[in-house]
Design a binder for this molecule. Structure first.
Ligand code: IMP
Ligand code: MG
Length: 176
């Protein structure tokens, strides 16, 4: 195990099982709906790419960049740096996020995307930290719940680092 990890929470194999479960649920709900998956960059990258490979039906993929974090604390506001290139009007949209913490990012993104008059907007997150929630947000697809740890790997970063780890682990306190 790398020295900057104090504990591995989700191995590669465990992540694969979680993603497969989510893919099965999304397939059951969206098979005939030609949805637009909107990935929240950059954290969603490994997750969305594994997820879409398990979705064997017509769909489109777009991305947004929004940031609300500096280090390990939420700034409370959301800064949109890249908008979706696909028109969402009349579409079934699924927002794909790496982790939901305070709920600020996803509740704001949902509000912003709803202005484009999509047919539906649902949220899908790989991880959920429910103890940190300050904004109520209805998340339809949740891969796994975690306690209040700061986790890195599989897209999740600490100051832009560690996104390339193939597993998800808790960052060692001496690296924060
Ligand atoms: P929220 O707006 O507080 O729900 O924060 C969501 C965003 O914060 C996620 O998209 C992540 O980028 C980041 N974030 C929250 N918790 C963690 C963590 O434990 N590790 C890495 N990034 C995190
Ligand atoms: Mg993020």
């Amino acid at each position: 195990m790398e020295k900057f990890i104090s504990r591995v929470l989700f191995s590669k194999r465990k992540i694969n099982r979680i993603v497969k479960k989510l893919a099965n649920k999304i397939t059951a709900d969206y098979k005939d709906k030609n949805p637009v998956l909107v990935g929240m960059l950059k954290g969603c990258n490994p997750f969305i790419s594994d997820l879409v490979k398990k979705l064997d039906f017509p769909l489109e993929i777009s991305y947004m960049i929004a940031s609300s974090y500096k280090g390990t604390t939420s700034t409370g506001s959301v800064d949109i740096k890249l908008e979706t290139d696909i028109s969402l009007e009349g579409r079934n949209v699924i927002i794909i996020e790496d982790i939901i913490d305070t709920g600020t990012t996803l509740s704001n993104i949902k509000k912003i995307l709803s202005k484009s008059r999509p047919l539906s907007v649902e949220l899908c997150t790989l991880l959920d930290k429910p103890s940190k929630r300050i904004t109520t947000v209805d998340v339809k697809y949740i891969g796994a719940y975690i306690n209040d740890y700061f986790v890195i790997g599989y897209g999740l970063d600490y100051n832009q680092k560690y996104r390339n780890l193939p597993y998800i682990g808790i960052i060692s306190p001496e690296y924060i």
